[in-house]
Design a protein. Structure first.
Length: 138
C-alpha cells in the first residue's frame, strides 16, 4: 500500500501512504509543509486496482488528528481522536470548555445539550441562559 493515494469520504486527497504499522495507516500530506498523521485501519479500505486507499472519514478529520512527532505515534491520542476509546482523564479543576476540547466534543454542542436538559445556570461567558420553554412560564 505504500505510495497509494489516500482519499477522504469527502473526495479530497489526504496524502499518500507512507507506511502501515500494525493497525495504523501512516499518511503523509501537504505541499510545502509535509505532515504525517496516523489513521486507524478501521477507517480505511484499499482499492488495489486503483492503488488508492479510501477513508470513511473526511480530510478535515485527518488534518485535525494529532500529527506524528519525530515519527512517534501517540496511539492513545489517535484512538481518542477517532472515537475508538474514551479520553483517559479529565482534570477536575479545568473548565467545561477545556474538558470538551480535550475530549473532542464541541463546546457549543455540549452547551446546547445542557440547555435541552433544562439547565439554566450561567453559560460559558457568565451570561444567564434561559431555557426556551421558560418564556412561556413568565
Amino acid at each position: 500500500m505504500e505510495g497509494y493515494d489516500v482519499i477522504g469520504n469527502d473526495d479530497h486527497k489526504v496524502g499518500e501512504v507512507a507506511k502501515v504499522e500494525t493497525d495504523l495507516l501512516i499518511v503523509e500530506g501537504g505541499l510545502l509543509r509535509k505532515s504525517r498523521h496516523a489513521i486507524p485501519l478501521t477507517f480505511a479500505v484499499a482499492d488495489e486496482s486503483e492503488q488508492v486507499v479510501r477513508l470513511t472519514v473526511s480530510k478535515q478529520v485527518v488534518d485535525d488528528s494529532p500529527p506524528l512527532e519525530n515519527g512517534d505515534v501517540d496511539r492513545q491520542a489517535v484512538a481518542e481522536h477517532y472515537g475508538l476509546v474514551q479520553p483517559t482523564e479529565v482534570d477536575p479543576d479545568s473548565s467545561a470548555e477545556e474538558d470538551a476540547l480535550r475530549s473532542g466534543v464541541d463546546p457549543a454542542a455540549r452547551e446546547r445539550a445542557r440547555i435541552r436538559e433544562g439547565g439554566s445556570e450561567p453559560g460559558p461567558h457568565g451570561r444567564q441562559i434561559i431555557p426556551p420553554d421558560a418564556h412561556d412560564k413568565v
